[in-house]
Design a protein around this ligand. Structure first.
Ligand code: UD1
Ligand code: MG
Length: 460
């Protein structure tokens, strides 16, 4: 068996073939209008091979640098490399930078050579004023570059967090700063702050409601929420990457709906959904590579960098693609986890450093982890505990006098274990991912079909 940091021969051959095929496909897109979507797919293939190989090669280097964590839900709590999301993010950013000319191939040709008519005489005055650059879609380029800038900022801050373990209340706002570039481009380029009012409310509010600055606060809130909500739905092998892959896959599926034939070729949303795909495809490439190493039993951990990076990719797609409500539908399990976690996050109930499920070494299964109560709960805490207990949403352990001794930690992973009983780590992951796929598909269905019940048109 090769040591864990090296690639076996079949792995080397498969990764190399994928990498070379992808290069050949990219080389083949330089004709006609260029084929940016095919190029993006091929770049994603390259990103997959590069990430897969680099995660394996860099494991020991990360361990030596202190970037390692104990896998708490195993009999032997072995240390494995952490922060491997940084490798994903760096490969992604490099690929996204090399990809910059591809969506603009047609426009670059038009702007620099007179639309392919090389016999067209270019006047000196045109050369000095930037040739035909007024034809170039600077707004599209600005959108793409702002997404890269936001992602770079969040990755720097995420790596800082993984290195220095920043306090939760501080790191909550990290993505707010990183989202400024995309919000500015939204302001300059699109600037719509109106929302369509559901039909039943129209007699009171009119057809459109202008939220003004409130709309920017709402988008900033999405940019803060998406990364943090992925980071707190964590603690079992593979869950951060799996949930991100489900969201990315469903977002990409939704984008493709807008590009398929019944939509007219110049549908107003085509460009924004193409931009979203250019951001999502390489993300899926690097995430699949990370998933192969992070799935149960994990060989590496993803680190907070990955959670911030993934959430910001989604926020950038949704804000620049103008489909933030669709993203919220796909984040329903994360929203549920956040709301359920709120009493612990906001310290109404004590929140230990780790809330991941407890590993029972005897049975090899995961059980809900608990917070011990050293003092009697106050009135508000008692009310919350008894209401949640009554509706079956909290495990409570009481002593003979009925005093609360322990309550289960408030995450949907622990709640799932309260409902389903002890489960193996991979089984818990599979069930949560299935739930997420079902909820996500339901969300998309509601978005496109049930939208007609409360709005007059679906914008597909
Ligand atoms: C978030 C959660 C915390 C959870 C942690 C697990 C909140 C407020 N914070 O904290 O409750 O315990 O994620 O990721 O909800 N680990 C495993 N197995 C895994 C994944 C992680 O044992 O499959 C452990 C490892 O020791 C790893 C550590 O968790 O080193 C990573 O924790 P970190 O991402 O730093 O925790 P937070 O994001 O701060
Ligand atoms: Mg984390």
């Amino acid at each position: 068996m090769p040591p864990p940091s090296t690639l076996s021969l079949p792995e080397q051959l498969s990764l190399l073939s994928l990498f070379l095929c992808s290069i050949a496909v990219v080389g083949n897109t330089f004709h006609g209008d260029g084929e940016p979507l095919i190029a993006s797919l091929a770049f994603s293939g390259m990103a997959f091979s590069a990430t897969y190989a680099m995660i394996r090669w860099l494991g020991p280097t990360f361990m030596k640098a202190g970037l390692r964590g104990k896998d708490l839900s195993k009999v032997h709590k072995k240390e494995i490399p952490e922060t491997m999301g940084a490798v994903c993010a760096v490969v992604y950013l490099l690929v996204a930078i090399v990809f910059i000319p591809f969506p603009f191939y047609k426009d670059i040709v038009a702007a620099t050579s007179g639309g392919g008519n090389r016999d067209v005489v270019v006047e000196v005055v045109n050369i000095e004023t930037g040739r035909f650059l007024h034809r170039f879609p600077h707004n599209k380029l600005a959108s793409y570059l702002s997404a890269l800038l936001s992602l770079q900022s969040v990755v720097i801050l995420g790596i800082g967090d993984d290195l220095f373990d920043i306090r939760w209340r501080h790191k909550f706002f990290i993505p707010a700063f990183a989202s400024i570039p995309i919000l500015i481009v939204y302001f300059v380029d699109f600037g719509v702050t109106h929302v369509v009012v559901p039909t039943p409310l129209r007699p009171y509010l009119g057809e459109l409601l202008n939220l003004g600055w409130g709309y920017y606060l709402y988008m900033a809130a999405i940019a803060i929420f998406a990364p943090n909500s992925i980071n707190i739905l964590a603690g079992i092998n593979g869950i951060e990457v799996s949930q991100s892959l489900v969201i990315a896959g469903l977002l990409a599926g939704n984008d493709i709906l807008y590009l398929l034939p019944p939509s007219p070729p110049l549908h107003p949303a085509t460009d924004s959904h193409l931009l979203s795909l250019y951001l999502l495809l390489p993300f899926i490439g690097v995430s699949l590579a990370l998933w192969t190493q992070n799935k149960y039993p994990a060989k590496v951990f993803v680190g907070d960098t990955y959670c911030y990076f993934a959430g910001t990719v989604f926020a950038a797609c949704a804000i620049l693609g103008h489909f933030s409500k669709t993203l919220l539908l796909l984040l329903l399990p994360q929203i549920a986890n956040f709301i359920y976690s709120a009493p612990q996050l906001f310290r109404l109930i004590a929140c230990p450093r780790h809330r991941l499920p407890r590993f029972n070494a005897r049975s090899g299964l995961l059980e809900p982890s608990v917070t011990p109560w050293t003092r009697e709960p106050n009135r508000l805490q008692s009310l919350l505990i008894s209401v949640l207990e009554k509706v079956g949403c909290l495990g409570v352990n009481r002593d003979e006098d009925g005093k609360v001794r322990e309550t289960t930690n408030m995450t949907i992973l622990n709640l799932w274990l309260v409902w389903r009983g002890p489960l193996r780590e991979d089984r818990l992951l599979n069930e949560i991912v299935c739930m997420q796929v079902i909820v996500g598909l339901g969300g998309l269905f509601v978005r496109h079909k049930a939208a007609l019940l409360i709005f007059t048109v679906d914008n597909l």
